[in-house]
Design a protein around this ligand. Structure first.
Ligand code: NAP
Ligand code: F7E
Length: 351
C-alpha cells in the first residue's frame, strides 16, 4: 500500500517535532518546511533526521510562509495527502512588536497554502490549521469556551489567527477542500520555546535548584491558562484530519490555573519552599533555605502586554466524544515532565 504523504509547516517548532515523530510512527512519509537561519534551528528534529530508519521517509525543504512561490513549489513537488499548517510567529507578546510580520506569517501564510491547494487541485488533500484559544480573549461572563463561543482576539497574533481560522472555513465552504481548524488551548512540553512562560519558569527553577544565584523577572502572575501537554495535542491534530468530514474542534483540558499556581506546582515538584510577598508590581517570591530568605522572582512591567487575555478555560466535550480525546497528562504530570527534562539540561550545563 502507498504510504501517506504529510507536509508540516513549522516542523522545527514544539508541535511540529512531536507531530513528525507521531506520523513517522504511523508509517507516513513526512516532509517539513524549514527556514534559513544564521544559527541552527533544527535542534528539535535533528534526532529524527539522523535516524537511519527515516532516510527514505523524512525530508526537509527550505521555504517560508511569507514567500508564495516557495509554498506553491513545495506543495507542487510533494503532492501531499495531508498538510499541517503549524508554522507561525507564535509569540503573543512579540506580535505587539512585530504586528505586520505576524499578520504575514500567521495570517496570510495560511491563505498562501490554501491558494496553492486550490490551484493545484490535489485530489482529496486534507488541511489542518493550527488555530488557538487566543481567538477568544474576552470572557463575557462565561467561564469556559467551546466551538460556539464568541471570538474577541486581544493581540495582533490573535487577529492574524482569526484571519486564518476564517479563511480555512471559507475555503472549506467555497471550494469543498477538506480543511479543519483545531482550536487548541495552551500546550507545553520539555520542547516548549524558552520565552513562553511555563518553560521560562521550569528552566529558571531547575537552574536555581542546582545553585544558580539569578533572579527571575516575570509579567502578569494572575493570568490563568488551560495548560495541556503537546504530546496529547498533536495526536488530536492527526485525529482531526482522520474524520469523515472536515470540522473545527476545541482541544483543552478543562482546567485553568494562574501563572503563580504554575510556579507553586513547580516548586513543590522540586521540593523548594517559596513564600510570596507584596502585590502588583511589588509582588516578589522568596525561596526559604535553612531559615534564610533569598529573592527568587520579581514582577517586571517590561513583561506586561499592551492588552492581556486574563483567563482561558476550554470545553473540549466535542473532541472528547468525536476524537475520543482523553488527555494522558494532568498538569502535575506535565510539570514533572518539564522539570525532569530541564534538570538534566541544567546539570549538563554545569559540566
Ligand atoms: P513554535 O514552537 O513557536 O513553532 C513555530 C514554528 O513556525 C517554528 O518551526 C518556526 O520556525 C515556524 N515559523 C515561524 N515563522 C515562519 C515563517 N515565516 N515561515 C515558515 N515557518 C515559520 O510553535 P508551537 O508551540 O509548536 O505551535 C504550533 C502552532 O500552533 C503555531 O501555529 C501556534 O501559533 C499554534 N498554537 C500553539 C499553541 C501552544 O500553546 N503551543 C496553542 C494554540 C495554537 P523556526 O524554528 O525557524 O523559528
Ligand atoms: O503566556 C503571562 C502572559 O507567552 C502565558 C502561545 O503558544 O498559547 C501561547 O500564548 C501567560 C500570559 O503564552 C510572563 O502575560 C507572565 O498571560 O506562555 P505565554 P500565551 O500568550 O498564552 C496560545 C494558546 C497560543 O496560541 C500562542 O501561540 O503568562 N506571563 N509573565 C508571561 N508570559 C511570558 N511569555 N513571559 C513572561 O515573563
Amino acid at each position: 500500500m502507498k504510504k501517506k504523504v504529510a507536509l508540516i509547516t513549522g516542523i522545527t517548532g514544539q508541535d511540529g517535532s512531536y507531530l513528525a515523530e507521531l506520523l513517522l510512527k504511523k508509517k507516513y512519509v513526512v516532509h517539513g518546511v524549514i527556514r534559513k537561519s544564521s544559527s541552527f534551528n533544527t535542534g528539535r528534529i535533528d534526532h529524527i533526521y539522523i535516524d537511519p530508519h527515516n532516510k527514505t521517509n523524512f525530508y526537509l525543504h527550505y521555504g517560508d510562509l511569507t514567500d508564495s512561490n516557495s509554498v506553491y513549489n513545495i506543495i507542487n513537488k510533494i503532492r501531499p495527502d495531508e498538510v499541517y499548517n503549524l508554522g507561525a510567529q507564535s509569540h503573543v507578546g512579540v506580535s505587539f512588536d512585530n504586528p505586520e510580520y505576524t499578520a504575514e506569517v500567521s495570517g496570510i501564510g495560511t491563505l498562501r497554502i490554501l491558494e496553492a491547494l486550490r490551484f493545484l487541485n490535489i485530489k482529496k488533500v486534507k488541511f489542518y490549521q493550527a488555530s488557538t484559544s487566543e481567538l477568544f480573549g474576552e470572557t463575557y461572563n462565561k467561564n469556559v469556551f467551546d466551538e460556539n463561543s464568541k471570538f474577541h482576539p486581544k493581540s495582533p497574533y490573535g487577529v492574524a489567527k482569526l484571519y486564518s481560522y476564517w479563511i480555512t472555513s471559507v475555503y472549506r465552504e467555497s471550494y469543498g477542500i477538506f480543511a479543519s481548524n483545531g482550536i487548541l488551548f495552551n500546550h507545553e512540553s520539555p520542547r516548549r520555546g524558552e520565552t513562553f512562560v511555563t518553560r521560562k519558569i521550569t528552566r529558571f527553577l531547575t537552574r536555581k535548584k542546582l545553585g544558580s544565584k539569578d533572579v527571575l523577572y516575570l509579567g502578569n502572575l494572575n493570568a490563568k491558562r488551560d495548560w495541556g501537554h503537546a504530546i496529547d495535542y498533536v495526536e488530536m491534530q492527526w485525529r482531526i484530519l482522520q474524520q469523515k468530514k472536515p470540522e473545527d474542534f476545541v482541544v483543552a483540558t478543562g482546567n485553568s490555573y494562574s501563572v503563580r499556581q504554575f510556579i507553586d506546582m513547580c516548586a513543590k515538584v522540586l521540593k523548594m519552599k517559596i513564600i510570596w510577598t507584596g502585590k502588583g508590581l511589588n509582588e516578589k517570591a522568596y525561596i526559604l533555605n535553612k531559615n534564610k530568605k533569598e529573592l527568587l522572582i520579581k514582577v517586571d512591567k517590561r513583561y506586561f502586554r499592551p492588552n492581556e487575555v486574563h483567563y482561558l478555560r476550554g470545553d473540549a466535550r466535542k473532541a472528547f466524544k468525536k476524537l475520543r480525546f482523553k488527555p494522558k497528562f494532568t498538569l502535575r504530570k506535565l510539570v514533572e515532565d518539564m522539570i525532569k527534562s530541564d534538570l538534566e539540561l541544567a546539570k549538563s550545563e554545569l559540566k
